[in-house]
Write a protein that binds this ligand. Structure first.
Ligand code: B12
Length: 157
């Protein structure tokens, strides 16, 4: 049986080769070997962070960033149901408005937060990406949420 370190190394290799099928296979193998979904996710986030840093240094370009986003989206799709099923679902009265701020199209982190909050019993109203202050404000006035969550990864343009 492969160790967690070996599987994590294979996951990193598959990710860095942008090999979707192999990555999916290795993630499923990790789950089968009872490696916690949250630890797989945090490993993938670190890989993604590394790719972000390489992008900053000009060592990888936008197509690699796009492929990384797609790979992470696929991985999150596999891991989300596992994460959600590990939480105790207790429906709550609280509503949360969530969205990526104007000029920001990053969705992966926002969707993960949405999934965790939904699984924890909050009602999450997702306004999507590139959401203007006006839309956040109007929605907040309309439904009076307990929290307004702004996802912001890019600097304003
Ligand atoms: C994948 C990615 C993309 C993909 C996004 C695909 C998608 N569907 O989302 C694509 C290719 C589209 C993209 C595009 C761009 N990107 Co980009 N991208 C990334 C990358 C590599 C990973 C982001 C990610 O998904 N991380 C994984 C998730 C799980 O982590 P997360 O997003 O941080 O979310 C966690 C927390 O932040 C938090 N969180 C997130 N939202 C919220 C909201 C609330 C309410 C709460 C409580 C918590 C919370 O919880 C999440 C779970 O832990 C990062 C690098 C990095 N280091 O993050 C760059 C990065 C964010 N991108 C960057 C840039 C510059 C861009 C572009 C401008 C590039 C360009 N020249 O065109 C464009 C345009 C973006 C725009 N207009 O918004 C920069 C931003 C720098 C800055 N601060 O300005 C980064 C940091 C890369 C870098 N080092 O240069 N990107």
């Amino acid at each position: 049986m492969a160790t967690k370190e070996q599987i994590f190394m294979e996951i990193a290799d598959a990710f860095c080769d942008y090999d979707t099928e192999l990555l999916e296979e290795k993630i499923r193998l990790a789950l089968e070997q009872e490696i916690e979904a949250i630890s797989i996710l945090s490993h993938l986030s670190k890989i993604l962070e590394g790719i972000g840093e390489r992008f900053c240094k000009g060592e990888v370009y936008l197509p690699e960033l796009v492929m990384s986003g797609d790979l992470m989206g696929m991985a999150v799709g596999i891991l989300n149901p596992v994460l959600a099923s590990n939480q105790e679902y207790v429906p709550m009265e609280h509503k949360i408005i969530l969205g990526s701020v104007k000029g920001d199209i990053h969705t992966i982190g926002k969707n993960m937060v949405k999934m965790m909050w939904t699984a924890s019993g909050f009602e999450v109203i997702d306004l999507g990406i590139d959401v203007s202050t006006e839309i956040f404000f109007n929605k907040a006035q309309e439904i009076n949420p307990s929290i307004v969550g702004l996802s912001c990864l890019s600097r304003p343009i």
